[in-house]
Write a protein that binds this ligand. Sequence first.
Ligand code: 9MR
Length: 364
Amino acid sequence: MTSKQYILGALTALLFASCSDDEKVVLKYADEGDTGGPNPITQTLKEKAKFKIGAAVKMKDLQNEANYKNAVLKHYNQITGEFEMKMASIWTSSTAYNYTAADYLVGFAQDNKMEVHGHTLVWYDSFPEWFKKAQYDSIAFEAKVKIYITDVVGRYKGKVKSWDVVNEVFADGGAMRNETVINSLFKDPIGFYGRCFRYAKAADPDAKLFYNDYSVVMDAGKRTSIKKMVARFKANGVPIDGVGDQFHYATDTNRQTMKTGFTDLASTGLLIHISELDIKVNTGKSDSYVFNDVENQKQAETYKYIAAMYEELPQTQKFAISTWGVTDKYTWLTSFWHFKEYPLLLDADYNKKPAYQGFLDGLK
Ligand code: 9MR
């Protein structure tokens, strides 16, 4: 992008013609002049939003790259460890914890007056190897998990504002996942998960406690299972405060389905966290994909749509929108997805993308 005067091409005009006025985003790039409109480009997301704007961060990038650190400080007021606060990172053996990275992130947040969203206490995919090998029975297994939750939540009491207590319990369609040992160990896995929330609450009564999963608003079957679990938790006094939908979606994700699902999820009355937001653009999974103006535009409109949809929540249910990463330079998708991807709000040089402006425009 060399020209600062962005003249949108014919394709973009076509795209404009196909979307309603309130979906349009005027493409702007980082160093373009401020037009002084209602959303001056100089305003940051955290300055405009009336809820937290979070990012998943990595300790190493914060330590090693000043631009990365500055971007986090400039745009965000909440952080989540991308992996540093997971069980596999902290619980190094049956008798030892390694808190080096988690302490660093919590200290960084405190120094800079940011909130920390802890991710995640119980996730089948992050049980440490030693723990899996131990082959505990259900009593020993739960006793160990209780100690872990009590120790970790207790250590960061008052410092970690919120926790994903349980992550990704349901498979696509809504059945219980069969990868997790919890299903074979416990006759009533949901009962076990409910007790995990109680252990977390006992360790820090003020922390906000979340269930987190992906495709919650897009997968009606999964959402039904989650709502059933939430209803059971509420009926039994299990202390759940919120639900997170990760929002690893794409520019071609069906927006009507998204909105219908979002409204349905909000009917739980709980806090709603858009917890791992990123928007894939290379939907054709092509190696020759070019992230051009038209593609930027589509992504900006998707971010705008999501932010505006979130704003429609009752104020009491707003918690945070957190992106899963900071810059297109580093995204989990390039290792996992194996295609060129540009899913975040800042480009590889830490410039604001049109997506950033889209997000801003969607905010009230
Ligand atoms: O992005 C995370 C990646 O860096 C880690 O290696 C991986 C395993 O810990 O987890 C990724 O984050 C996942 C998150 O914890 C749960 N939702 C899906 C995320 C992307 O896979």
